[in-house]
Design a protein around this ligand. Sequence first.
Ligand code: RIB
Length: 290
Amino acid sequence: MTVWNLGSINLDHVYRVPHLPAPGETLAAEALTSGLGGKGANQSIAAARAGARVAHIGRIGADGGPAGAALAEAGVDVTHVTRSAQATGHAIILVDAAGENSIVIHPGANRDQQTAAIDAALSGAAPGDTLLLQNETDAQVAAAGIARAAGLRVVYSAAPFDADAARAVMPHVDLLALNTVEATALAAALGTAAGALPVAELLITRGSDGAWYRGPNGTVAVPGVPVTPVDTTGAGDTFLGWFAGRRDVGDDVETALREAAAAAALQVTRPGAAAAIPTRAAVHRFVGTK
Ligand code: RIB
């Protein structure tokens, strides 16, 4: 099986700050690093590290060569990553002393997806494959419709959260993934309880408190794995990509959730987004120490 991912590709510029600035405050950063990020790219790498075959569908600008190379080096098929006249998306990320972050993204090429190219890419998909989507690209609804018609399982992360975007894609979604803040906001927008959001499978990640899943066979909750975070950027992407990857290779829900929780916990002990996503061997060693 293959995990396809219509996903954002960003260049992340990460500024270490003593605290997240208040409105009107000017702060000097203690350090600046740059690397691959984007919720889509992070999820692709997590799914690949989890052991799945992953094909990324996305757009980069003329400046995006290193980002595409980093994805490929992580074992992701980049055949369907194409060049846009727009600049590669980027993110300005502030990380404070406790590892919490604040992120501003400039979408650039991520919002220049071409439906014909998505259609061409997914013509190589097989029924039972998975399509991952997040809310950092355009063409989400078109891609979800194409995927559903081809018999793929559609997994949507409602991040960055936008109630209208989530509402538009939900009719095509098999698994909806949200954090607790997003789940509360979407439930309020739809006038329902968070646990009753109308999708076949619902995954709510709770940061250090683990995750809760509802599917056709009932609910599963897994605890978080206690760690001291260095940088929480990309933790949710790691969880979801890992979970989707393990489900694609045949794990049951609880096994996939537990391993995803461990991968995300280990990821936050390292700085950066994509660069901090661990290998599966490292996750197994980490679990052995707990
Ligand atoms: O979820 C973390 C990601 O959000 C970062 O890598 C950044 O690029 C933004 O997309």
